[in-house]
Ligand binder design. Structure first.
Ligand code: SAM
Length: 259
């Protein structure tokens, strides 16, 4: 089988894997290889790649979610939850009624998350599930909130993942997505490009992760900008869709409600 364009727009048979076009059916397997390769040094590389900014961005997501401080039951599913940064912030800042499910397709990332979140403060309020965001193993209307941080650009069929988010949320439930986006501040955008395409590949090479990080950086470029992504969220059924740019749009948090 031939795939005519190296960087071309995906056809019905191909999907973008960074700047490459790969068979759609093979894409998720390639993504999974990336994360099983980097799982043990993912947290360190996250800090290096974002200069620690991802921590503030994740704080913003949880602040915007505003978990209840009371004993009222409030259940979050964090999809593509990786090593658990979002669920940890959520459980730390919410009240005793808050509980969470960390769901991720990569057993290696979930194992890293389990090790990090092994403390007794999480034991009764946190569960782990290995699953694809496109086919979630939860009944309809299970959750009060759904978060996905730096996960959705790795999903092959974003529309399917958004429909699943909508399905598993209760009426009145909240969807929040943190993702790299399009920097809208002149000069900062150039600095960011330099960081992404010059600095990160060198850092990644030093840690022996050049290939996985090539994909991670390239996939940022393939992901829709703020407004087109907001339109996809509306198309999945969400209402009151808004976004906030973080650090000039290097990242953005999109929010929507199931009403
Ligand atoms: N949310 C974590 C964070 O912000 O640090 C991890 C983000 S990491 C860049 C992306 C995660 O998405 C990985 O853990 C990967 O295994 C997961 N992932 C990729 N494709 C997925 C899919 N189709 N369904 C669920 N998780 C997926």
């Amino acid at each position: 089988m031939s795939f005519p364009s190296a960087r071309g727009a995906p056809t019905h048979e191909t999907a973008s894997f960074g700047f490459k076009a790969v068979p759609t059916v093979a894409r998720q397997g390639l993504v999974n290889e990336v994360f099983s390769t980097v799982a043990d040094r993912y947290d360190l590389m996250n800090d290096l790649m974002s200069g620690g900014l991802h921590r503030a961005w994740k704080d913003d997501v949880v602040a915007w979610l505003a978990p209840p401080k009371s004993a009222r039951p409030f259940n979050l599913v964090d999809v593509a939850g990786g090593t658990g940064d979002i669920v940890r912030r959520f459980l730390d800042s919410g009240g005793s009624g808050c509980s969470a499910v960390l769901c991720d397709i990569s057993p290696a990332m979930v194992d890293a998350g389990r090790r990090r979140l092994a403390g007794p403060q999480f034991a009764r309020r946190l569960a782990f599930t290995i699953a694809n965001a496109e086919v979630l193993p939860f009944p309809d209307t299970s959750f009060d909130a759904y978060t996905i941080a730096f996960g959705i650009r790795n999903v092959t069929h974003i529309d399917r993942a958004l429909c699943e988010a909508y399905r598993v949320l209760k009426r009145g439930g909240r969807f929040l997505c943190l993702e790299f986006s399009a920097c809208e501040v002149p000069l900062l955008d150039r600095l960011y490009d330099f960081h992404a395409f010059e600095v990160i590949p060198r850092l990644a090479a030093l840690t022996g992760s050049a290939e996985p990080y090539r994909y991670l950086v390239e996939s940022i470029r393939q992901f829709p900008r703020q407004e087109p992504f907001a339109a996809l969220i509306r198309a999945a059924g969400f209402a009151r869709v808004r976004y906030r740019n973080l650090t000039g749009g290097i990242a953005a948090v999109h929010s929507g409600w199931k009403i």
